[in-house]
Design a protein around this ligand. Structure first.
Ligand code: KIV
Ligand code: NA
Length: 275
């Protein structure tokens, strides 16, 4: 059984118990994140960068999200999983949106889907909720719109955009979202939005006052990533640790140190066929 549900996340906000969310993209990462006791897993379209090597989340498809979402589900059967709807999979028509959402939700076994944006996207969220699919919002820096926003930068720093983001947050709550991700907004604004909303806010680059925090798995582990943004804290050096392990193996095979006798199977010589 899934350990936590939508109602319990609301209760956690009410009790000021921080909600922890980590991304996962495959079976081993999902297992580690579940074992670490994270409250939620996000199968983020950040997988485009972290595991597929794209420059942005824009090339990620519904099929990619399903492929990775299924692996995560097999690794973290007890954890509440949110799957991202990828670029343009919820913009073309209501029929396309509903059919993409149905596939993502049914085939991955996720507990909710996440959509970036507001306005028409809020209306889309309301339709998904009506159809029975829990949704999570995502505003501030919305990476699927990076080329419209003009880069990966902090959003809502002036009065007008801050007011607009607050309005968007309230609209997303009215649309029936169960939670809202705030990415790269000043902590004062994230704090205000968190106070005004009944649903929990999950921050990334949004300060300590959000109801919860999310970070990307590979950023936490400094694994496979280069320069890390300001809002990331790495808790271990995966590049160093994993890189060392692989190069020692390569060296030991080259110089004959591996495999040793203890890694080797033997047989009675009398069983060996004669030439
Ligand atoms: O895809 C992702 O990892 C995300 C988080 C950064 C919120 O959407
Ligand atoms: Na995402």
């Amino acid at each position: 059984d899934i350990l936590l549900n939508k109602q319990q996340f609301l209760q956690m906000k009410h009790d000021q118990e921080k909600i922890t969310m980590v991304t996962s993209y495959d079976y081993p990462s999902a297992k580690l994140v579940e074992a670490a006791g994270a409250d939620m897993i996000l199968v983020g379209d950040s997988l485009g960068m972290t595991v597929l090597g794209y420059e942005s989340t824009i090339p990620v498809t519904v099929e990619d999200m399903i492929h990775h979402g299924k692996a995560v589900s097999r690794g973290a059967g007890q954890t509440f999983k949110v799957v991202d709807m990828p670029f343009m999979s919820y913009h073309i028509s209501t029929a396309d949106t509903l059919s993409n959402a149905k596939k993502l939700y049914q085939e991955t076994g996720a507990q909710a889907l996440k959509l970036e944006g507001s306005g028409e996207v809020s209306e889309t969220m309301a339709k998904l909720v009506k159809a029975g699919i829990p949704v999570v919002g995502h505003i501030g820096l919305t990476p699927q719109s990076v080329n419209v926003l003009g880069g990966y930068k902090v959003q809502g720093k002036d009065k007008e955009t801050a007011a607009r983001l607050l309005d968007e947050a309230l609209e997303i709550e009215r649309a029936g979202a169960m939670m809202l991700v705030l990415e790269c907004v000043p902590r004062q604004l994230a704090s205000l939005i968190t106070e005004k909303l009944n649903i929990p806010t999950i921050g990334i680059g949004a300060g300590a006052d959000c109801d919860g925090q999310v970070l990307v798995y590979h950023d936490i582990l400094n694994y496979g990533v280069g320069r890390l943004p300001k809002f990331v804290k790495s808790y271990t050096d995966g590049n160093q640790a994993f890189g060392d392990g692989i190069s020692r193996y390569v060296q030991e095979v080259k110089n004959g140190e591996f495999p040793e006798e203890k890694h080797t199977f033997t047989m009675n010589m009398s069983g060996l066929p004669k030439e």
